[in-house]
Design a protein around this ligand. Structure first.
Ligand code: FAE
Length: 544
């Protein structure tokens, strides 16, 4: 499904490009240069924190409703080419643009053949991928205008209706599946791979081999839709356009082909003329003033990470879209420091890694996976209906430019364990309480599935990829979910309990597990929230 590019989209895209070309940190439609020079505002009717999925939906719907809205994002705008002529570096040759203020990259795959050949030394810089470490659990997140959409694999499945209703029983599933999921898919530009091309192209040989082994085991596979433009990918394969998914680009950004949020929701939001995006601005505190307005403290940095300003920004309506980690930290800090003391005790609870576990198998010499692999996964092993051991395992590429006989997977399991966050006053940050043993249910579930596959195909696990000779990567996630769960920390539409005008719109609403990759659901829930709030909660600019 191709997103419909309206005139407003195009206006917004133009504003993004101008801002990028001029190196601006404030992006709006009123001539980008003028927006940058306008006096720094200290008030906006609505402020949106972050620019990932939930935030982008909020910004667009507020802008369309005529509400002047400021979006504040701690990362930079990714829209201008570096010295190499590219916006993003490739996974194989990462540079400073790859990671958020690191001296060395920290790719999910630690080693290959136990060799430290994957990671590279880099200069600290506000790069696009961050890994937030909490002892036994590390969380990968995107940084920049577009949040996770800049770095993710684009997989855009809709959850099984039965499991969605199990996870969020109080949300009207008819409405979600009839209105909001279709709307989210359309707006995000979700599309399907051409099955005939999938069967014939060398770029998905790795997936076909994994499918063969799944079928030998009696397992079902399913195509997974994506927001990467599969039509563009076909043209890449034909040599007609510059390569991105076929050139190893994904976790450090895609230079082409991917419909990230800056090309969909955020462009449309800017195009309304009511939305301004401010970059390299981190929200470090929020309080409420005597007029009932929310006042944010923002810390601005430059590209070297130096603090260049601290200021306050007030608003009537505050929409938190800083992701599961970001939003939970902002609210937890506010509650624990006494700034917003009446926030629900449920803030900081109900967090989970969506049962994520990665694993890899070694194939027989005759089962080659191909030196050429598209970076966008397109197929999954779907054993979610196996009540005894539900697993949905996406068949992940490992594009190293050589034949390596490795089949890799990201398994999503139904791990019931949940983590909680506590506020640490010494570091002024949220700490996740999660013990490695809490991922055992996920490892056991993935193990049951892949033991079966290995037995049927007489293959073994790979032990050289994830460190410590481990066949399962159980210490990181790509899918942080929860922390401010819908119906617990908020009402059923993301309104923070105890604080009118304060809303949560991102992945922190989802209680730790979804059974599939989460961004379509986060987008659809945000659409549902914005419909309700704009209809029920009155005008945002009631005090000014
Ligand atoms: P998110 O997209 O994380 O955006 C939050 C934004 O807020 C970020 O831009 C932050 O920089 C910003 N922020 C945070 N704190 C602050 C602050 N204090 N002040 C200002 N700004 C702040 O939130 N999901 C899928 O569905 N399919 C996939 O194929 C997939 N692959 C993934 C691959 C990778 C490598 C990663 C990291 C994630 C992947 N995900 C995938 C997960 C997906 O990207 C994630 O669920 C969504 O991005 C979460 O959306 P949110 O709106 O919650």
């Amino acid at each position: 499904m191709t997103p419909h590019l309206t005139r407003r989209h195009l206006l917004g895209l133009g504003a993004l490009q101008t801002a990028a070309a001029l190196g601006l940190t404030r992006i709006g439609l009123t001539s980008a240069a003028a927006a940058e020079q306008a006096p720094t505002t200290d008030y906006a009717p609505a402020v949106v924190v972050g620019s990932g999925y939930g935030a982008a939906v909020a910004a667009l719907r507020l802008g369309q409703a005529g509400v002047r809205t400021v979006v504040v994002e701690m990362g930079r705008l990714w829209d201008t080419a570096g010295a190499d002529g590219k916006v993003f570096p490739s996974t194989g040759a990462p540079d400073q643009r790859s990671m958020w203020f690191r001296n060395r990259t920290e790719a999910p795959l630690a080693t290959f053949l136990w060799l430290d050949v994957v990671n590279r030394d880099i200069t600290p810089y506000p790069g696009v991928l961050d890994r937030v470490d909490f002892g036994d659990m590390s969380v990968y997140v995107g940084r920049g205008v577009g949040g996770g959409s800049l770095v993710n694999g684009g997989m855009a499945p809709t959850p099984r209706r039965s499991y969605f209703s199990e996870v969020l029983p109080e949300v009207d599933a008819d409405e979600m599946y009839g209105t909001y999921f279709p709307r989210a898919r359309q707006m995000l530009g979700v599309n399907d791979i051409d099955p005939a091309w999938f069967e014939s192209t060398e770029w998905y040989r790795f997936a076909r081999i994994s499918r063969k082994h799944a079928r030998n085991t009696g397992l079902r596979t399913t195509f997974v839709p994506n927001v990467y433009d599969f039509g563009y990918m076909k043209r890449e394969a034909a040599g007609q356009v510059p390569r991105s998914a076929l050139a190893g680009e994904v976790i450090y950004g895609n230079n082409h082909g991917k419909r990230s949020l800056d090309k969909s929701y955020l462009a449309a939001a800017l195009g309304t003329g009511n939305v301004t995006v401010e970059t390299l601005q981190r929200v470090v505190a929020v309080r409420r003033d005597t007029d009932g307005r929310y006042v944010l403290t923002l810390r601005g940095i430059d590209l070297a990470g130096r603090v260049v300003g601290i200021r306050e920004l007030a608003c009537n309506r505050l929409f938190l879209g800083a992701g599961s980690l970001g939003t939970t930290e902002i609210l937890l800090r506010a509650r624990e420091t006494g700034a917003l003391p009446d926030l629900s005790p449920a803030v900081g609870t109900g967090w989970g890694p969506n049962g994520n576990v990665m694993t890899a198998r070694a194939n027989h010499l005759w089962d080659t996976v191909g030196a050429r692999q598209a970076t966008m996964p397109a197929l999954g092993i779907d054993d979610w209906d196996n009540a005894a051991n539900p697993v949905f395992a996406e068949i992940a590429p490992l594009p190293m430019g050589i034949e390596h006989w490795v089949s890799m997977y990201l398994a999503i399991t139904k791990n019931p364990e949940r983590g909680t966050f506590t506020y640490d006053p010494a570091t002024d940050s949220a700490r996740l309480n999660w013990h490695i043993s809490q991922n055992q249910p996920a490892v056991a579930a993935a193990g049951q599935l892949f033991d079966r596959i290995n037995r049927c195909n007489v293959t073994i696990y790979r032990y050289d990829l994830f460190g410590d000779n481990k066949p399962f990567a159980d210490t990181f996630t790509y899918h942080p979910l929860g922390g401010c769960v819908l119906g617990r920390a908020t009402d059923l539409y993301g309104r923070a309990k105890g604080y009118p005008g304060l809303y949560v719109v991102d992945g922190s609403l989802v209680p730790g597990s979804l059974g599939v990759n989460p961004f379509v659901t986060i987008t659809a829930l945000a659409e549902r929230t914005m419909d309700r709030i704009l209809a029920e909660d009155g005008p945002a600019d009631r005090t000014r």
